[in-house]
Design a protein. Structure first.
Length: 293
């Protein structure tokens, strides 16, 4: 190799810029955030720009937006209402408890005394099963109960999630301002606000949400979360909404248990048939309307 060639190679290697190590998307976001957005809206807009640039995927963006939203939400925003809870009486026979557990598909159950506002503890399905099959097992379900965590509706979801993780509890009983049971919330309810709906083998396909939709056969499909006041206005009904806010809560209470698809109930001139229900709540109803008596 000539001296000129050697000098040429040396110059090339010196002038060529060193290849920068590839940075992870988290590093890139950290750099992007160095501008310090002043509002959450600015932060979300920045994250969406980052997603458009291909640094993060749509699913990651949705989870980030969900995590940001959770800090502004309270337990009351996501809890399962009292009317849609599956709670077990403490004095029930073991066989009846087993049937209720199997029918519901849940793994954790509030157990109450004679007064349904008296929550005695939480029963895990696996504890019940062990108690039933064990030789010389417990004489009462009271012996199987785990402590119940009581929280107010106003508790922030991000705080609750941290407490769930620290305590390893998966369920909390929500108490209203008068000390009564308002509902329950699970760690799944909180996580779904971040990652989206978590389906299990008991969940049905809910389809597109909607309040009230007329059908060709003259019946209606009514979302279970339709406010009773809206239902009354649409159909000229006079259902009382003092105790329950939604038509699903009203029907669930009237049936007396968490209903399954196909169950029917007649209230006045209305025939309610459960169209969709999952392991935790009533989702939609078919409603037939008779002529006024």
């Amino acid at each position: 190799m000539s001296e000129d060639d050697s000098r040429h190679d040396t110059a090339d290697s010196t002038d060529r810029p060193a290849e920068k190590p590839r940075r992870s998307w988290l590093d890139r976001i950290s750099s992007a955030l160095s501008g310090e957005p002043t509002t959450r809206e600015d932060l979300i807009e920045l994250l969406r720009d980052v997603q458009v640039d291909g640094l993060i995927g749509p699913d990651t963006l949705r989870m980030m937006e969900g995590a940001i939203a959770v800090s502004d939400m309270t337990v009351g925003d996501v809890m399962v209402s009292r009317a849609q809870m599956v709670a077990l009486p403490v004095d029930a026979k073991f066989l009846d408890l087993m049937k209720a557990v199997v029918e519901s598909g849940h793994s954790r159950f509030p157990v109450h005394g004679e007064d349904k506002d008296e929550i005695l503890g939480i029963l895990l399905a696996k504890d019940l099963l062990r108690g039933v099959v064990a030789d010389g097992g417990p004489g009462s379900v009271r012996e199987l109960l785990r402590p119940a965590v009581l929280i107010p509706e106003s508790k922030k979801l991000n705080v609750l999630l941290r407490e769930f993780r620290q305590s390893r509890n998966h369920m909390a009983i929500v108490i209203d301002e008068y000390g009564g049971v308002a509902g329950l919330v699970t760690i799944e309810d909180v996580l779904e606000e971040i990652v989206g709906e978590i389906d299990d083998e008991h969940d049905e396909d809910e389809g597109d949400p909607g309040h009230i939709a007329a059908q060709a056969d003259g019946q209606y499909v009514v979302d279970a979360l339709t406010p009773i006041a809206d239902f009354n206005e649409r159909f000229g009904a006079d259902f009382n909404d003092d105790e329950y806010d939604t038509i699903g809560g009203l029907v669930t209470n009237a049936i007396g248990h968490l209903p399954e698809a196909g169950e029917e109930l007649t209230l006045g001139r209305f025939v309610f048939r459960v169209a969709r229900a999952d392991a935790r709540r009533l989702l939609a109803l078919h409603v037939g309307v008779h002529a006024d008596h």
